[in-house]
Design a protein around this ligand. Structure first.
Ligand code: SF4
Ligand code: SF4
Length: 82
């Protein structure tokens, strides 16, 4: 999953771009729900939120390393529950 750093300026550009609705406004800055973020695997070739963020504050969450296979499984799980 990806995460949003303190550099977030609360511009709200990323939130509507997420195909998994993993992004929401937190108490101080926008936040990504790691259980919903597939790094856009299954939807796009590149993380859409990173593409649109004007201050490049969306980065890989090193504390939650995931393989492409795991991300794909997460995607399939999310789609299956819809
Ligand atoms: Fe959503 Fe994709 Fe960004 Fe994850 S990488 S938060 S799935 S837009
Ligand atoms: Fe924050 Fe970047 Fe999302 Fe804007 S696009 S709300 S700066 S994470």
């Amino acid at each position: 999953a990806l995460k949003i750093t303190d550099d977030c300026i609360n511009c709200d550009v990323c939130e509507p771009e997420c195909p998994n609705e993993a992004i929401s406004q937190g108490e101080e800055i926008y936040v990504i729900d790691p259980s919903l973020c597939t790094e856009c695997v299954g939807h796009y070739h590149e993380p859409q939120c990173q593409q649109v963020c004007p201050v490049d504050c969306i980065i890989l969450d090193d504390s939650r390393p995931e393989t492409q296979e795991q991300l794909l499984q997460k995607y399939q799980g999310l789609v299956g529950h819809k």
